[in-house]
Design a protein around this ligand. Structure first.
Ligand code: NDP
Length: 441
């Protein structure tokens, strides 16, 4: 199938099966080309520019490219980059998560209706995969000691490159398979421009049999790997410090681990996210899920592996409380909306009935701002960075990047809701004027 396809509804009216994408996001083809280049580039910049071999993490972002260039212009460095072992280990990891999806028990749950009215089924066993992975890693560390789990630290570049290659291969595979007869295309990735559609994702739900490529990659191989990377960094620190792990490292592992556990435990919640409902699976999601998230979100733990920071009880408690506040807002806002979308309203929140049929909460968290969950997420993001101290801004990159991402995502969602709800959304915007941070933004 190519481009626009028209089918007939039972009432005889023409119905566009795959409408053309008529407006660009991310500044269109040039913007998406730039992001496609910059995301992998910056993953390597962080890997090389903020590392022990580069002499540490620079004291300003400005010095990061210099630090990166110093490392990559060294001839010996190029020889050391060839790491087929780490590269193969990444694919072994990916294969493990696929096998776990296939063999571990899990309930098959229906997603939200597609624009064709059809509902796809998803196997829910990401949390079981996480438990199995943690059990195996924990068993290894328990019996063989922390040195047995420093493999990820020691084979960093090989593993990063494996993930990068995987993300490219999957984006091309999904783009090519989107031309198969009958494929349902994303309304955001059917512009006809190759680069743009390849980046945004042309096919909405690429699948191999019942294996849903997009939902699988969203949660399992990247998020679980991120947690394992953090654990490997803690093991590296423990080996260097005679078995002792700093309070700062414990905070980072616990905070980020909780985030991963929360996401995988609430796996069904992703079925109603923008990524699953409206975005196709292109390079944007493949590189985000497989490369960017695991290998840049762990920057704090990787820094602390070779640059230990002792916070002391006061700072530890302060950061712990800040994170608790963020998590409380994030979880209670998300749960309030999920419950409401599933027909439950235990706290009797007020709501607005829309012409589209669905209701919008107008009190509680969702009466304070249009994305209170993003507010909680941002507080947590800051709490992940603070344990690294103030010697370098590079470990705060996550907070800066995430603020930009969520501000942009909020605007995308606002536009999407405007399209979905029409005037009702304008009414809701009047009732809830703040976008993310109540009283501020
Ligand atoms: P949200 O969970 O915020 O959902 C947005 C949707 O909720 C809207 O499209 C609308 O859909 C519905 N909605 C909006 N307002 C209301 C209301 N008042 N009452 C009821 N429903 C409403 O979207 P995201 O997918 O962006 O975020 C999910 C979580 O993932 C967030 O906690 C976010 O912080 C996190 N996240 C994390 C990222 C990371 O990299 N760490 C990246 C992106 C997100 P409808 O009405 O059709 O149901």
């Amino acid at each position: 199938m190519t481009g626009v396809e028209v089918s007939k509804r039972s009432n005889g009216h023409a119905h566009v099966f795959n409408p053309r994408t008529t407006s660009y996001e991310f500044l269109g083809p040039p913007g998406t080309f730039l992001i496609s280049t910059l995301v992998p580039f910056f993953t390597y910049v962080f890997a090389y520019g903020c590392s022990e071999s580069a002499g540490g993490c620079p004291r300003s972002f400005y010095e990061l490219p210099t630090s990166f260039m110093q490392t990559v212009t060294d001839v010996d460095w190029w020889k050391a980059q060839w790491d087929p072992h780490g590269f193969a280990a990444y694919f072994a990891w990916y294969a493990f998560t696929v096998v776990a999806w296939a063999v571990l028990p899990g309930e098959w749950v229906e997603g939200l209706p597609l624009r064709t009215g059809q509902k796809l089924k998803y196997k829910i066993n990401a949390f079981a995969t996480l438990l199995l992975s943690l059990g195996l890693a924990g068993g290894l560390i328990w019996t063989q000691g922390p040195a047995s789990f420093t493999y990820i630290y020691n084979h960093w570049i090989g593993i990063v490159t494996g993930a990068f290659v995987n993300s490219i291969v999957q984006a091309f595979y999904c783009y090519a398979s989107s031309f198969a007869q009958g494929a349902l295309l994303s309304a955001n990735g059917n512009s006809g421009n190759y680069i743009y559609d390849w980046f945004m994702g042309r096919e909405l739900n690429p699948r191999i049999g019942s294996f849903d490529i997009k939902s699988f990659n969203e949660l399992r191989p990247g998020l679980i790997l991120w947690f394992l990377i953090d654990i490997s960094m803690a093991c590296e620190q423990a080996v260097r410090r005679g078995g002792h792990i700093t309070d700062s490292m414990w905070l980072v592992i616990c905070f980020q681990g909780l985030y991963v556990i929360d996401a995988l435990y609430n796996e069904t919640a992703i079925l109603s996210t923008m990524d699953i409902i409206s975005d196709g699976f292109g390079f944007m999601l493949s590189v985000g899920d497989l490369l960017w998230v695991p290998f840049t979100y762990c920057l704090q733990a990787r820094y602390l592996a070779w640059h230990p920071v002792e916070l002391g009880p006061v700072w530890t408690a302060t950061i712990f409380v800040l994170h608790g506040l963020g998590y409380y807002i994030f979880r209670s806002a998300n749960s309030e909306k999920n419950d409401f979308r599933n027909g439950k309203n235990p706290k009797n929140r007020t709501f607005m009935q829309t012409k589209r049929g669905t209701k919008l909460l107008t009190s509680g968290w969702w009466g304070m701002s249009r994305h209170p969950n993003y507010f909680g997420d941002l507080i947590m993001a800051l709490a992940w960075c603070l344990p690294t101290g103030f010697e370098t801004p590079v470990t705060y990159f996550y907070f800066i990047y995430f603020t930009i991402l969520l501000v942009h995502r909020q605007r995308r969602d606002d536009e999407a809701c405007h399209e979905k709800y029409g005037d009702d959304w304008k009414e809701y915007q009047k009732l809830v004027p703040w976008r993310i941070v109540p009283g501020f933004y």
